[in-house]
Design a protein around this ligand. Structure first.
Ligand SMILES: [Zn+2]
Length: 141
């Protein structure tokens, strides 16, 4: 599969890393922002249907789960402390609440984290995007 994407109007490209990250985190194509980046929960589309960008060359690997675990841990810490200090909450209920909340948070954060990592790789021209950095295409140094 060739790595070349379709030529698009430069105004469709994000103007900054923040713009690319916003598109990726929201599940949109970081390059054109016009369509979905994922075809399944954590499986990106092979190519963007609008701009033709090849997303099969991304290598987010384990970074999105690290982000999800880090954020979940920081969000859950105060909840765990409050539940632990409350004598009215039995241990079994605390475990049920903590496990359910933690699993839900991780599931909710994983796709946005992966979209953000893919956008970061594309913008900076990392891994499979080497030589095709988004910031170079957008004319941002
Ligand atoms: Zn696109």
């Amino acid at each position: 599969m060739p790595d070349t994407a379709l030529q698009i109007d430069r105004t469709m490209l994000p103007r900054s890393l923040g713009g690319a990250l916003t598109r990726g985190i929201s599940g949109k194509c970081p390059r054109c922002g016009g369509t979905h980046l994922f075809r399944k929960l954590l499986k990106p589309v092979d190519r963007c249907r609008m701009c033709g960008q090849n997303w099969s060359i991304q290598t987010a690997d384990d970074f999105p789960p690290y982000i999800a675990i880090l954020l979940t841990g920081h969000l859950m810490a105060p909840v765990i402390i409050l539940l632990g200090l409350s004598p009215a909450v039995p241990e079994w209920a605390m475990m049920l609440i903590v496990v359910t909340l933690a699993a839900s948070l991780i599931a909710a954060i994983l796709q946005p984290a992966k979209g953000g990592v893919i956008a970061l790789q594309w913008w900076l021209g990392l891994q499979g995007f080497a030589g095709h950095a988004g910031k170079a295409e957008a004319g941002v140094s």
